[in-house]
Design a binder for this molecule. Sequence first.
Ligand SMILES: *Cc1c(COP(=O)(O)O)cnc(C)c1O
Length: 352
Amino acid sequence: MSSSNIKIIPIQQSKIDSVDFNNLTFGTVFSDYMFECDYKDGAWQNPTVKPYENISVAPSARVFHYGQAVFEGMKAYKDDNDAIFLFRPEENYERINKSSERLAIPAFPKDYFFNGLTELLKLDKDWIKKGVGNSMYIRPFVIATQPAISASPADEYKFMIILSPAQAYYAGEVRVLFAEEYSRAADGGVGFAKAAGNYAAQFYPTKLANEKGFQQIIWTDANSHEYLEEAGTMNIFFRVGDTLITTPNNDRILDGITRKSVIQLAKDNDINLEIRRISVAEIKEAAKNGSLKEIFGSGTATVINPIAGFSHGGEEFELPKLDTSYASFFKEKLMNIQYNISEDPYGWRFKI
Ligand SMILES: *Cc1c(COP(=O)(O)O)cnc(C)c1O
């Protein structure tokens, strides 16, 4: 793929020597370069890779007033021979445009997305460290920059990609609350989109959950709060007996790439899989009769995140500690593909 349409402005000096790669706090350190492209006069133009720096946006830009913004989350991985890979990046590309469409943001061209990302990762390749668990977190995003505060879609936008080196981290035991009052998304809303506002709206209920000693909330359907949907930055799986269960996608649920990869792996490894609605009552009953073996989340940031316990209606439940879990099985399978350790029968790896 030619990157000739991308302008490159070189850095004066790399910041890499000032970074302690063994003590990274997720999402706080950024690499030398960023990608920037502006939408003006009806077209995306001037795709540029340039030094990571502050940007100048008018205070009247619509993003500040109406939250017209979407983002993606993806990762680059380095193998033992210094080759760099992405995991199913076409899916991220398609999803950001799906999110954009819902927020009335113009679609971003594919060659700019892939050429910009490739150029950026090549320039910042030394920031991607080898070793399973190390990665480069990639954050593409779009913001409405038109300086005008009328409540309508903007006609100017900025598409950017920033890179943040990440280490494997152990989040500690995660206990969750099943939502009984607040909701993340509603029918016909924007829950399926990675729209900035979806995340801000979760902060307050999650803060309340944190104060009660729970790290996260599992959101339930907004109408009845009887059906389990997703974790807000992760999709969610339940293992009852040896059956793996996850909720179907709908317009309230983010169509996770890790989720669809787990589903594929379950099918190909003879794990009994059910994609159907899951009621809170059913999971509480399974916890009481001992058939609930696992709950885990899936998402790019942590791949698979096992859940140690949950609470609902004032009752608390602990999950059993298993020697061989589905969670660790899927995590290993996925990471072996991501880090070029195993075969990739699905063509999920994308070499930079
Ligand atoms: C990003 C995200 C996920 C996970 O998606 P992946 O593609 O697997 O990273 C799940 N739920 C929500 C709400 C998300 O924003």
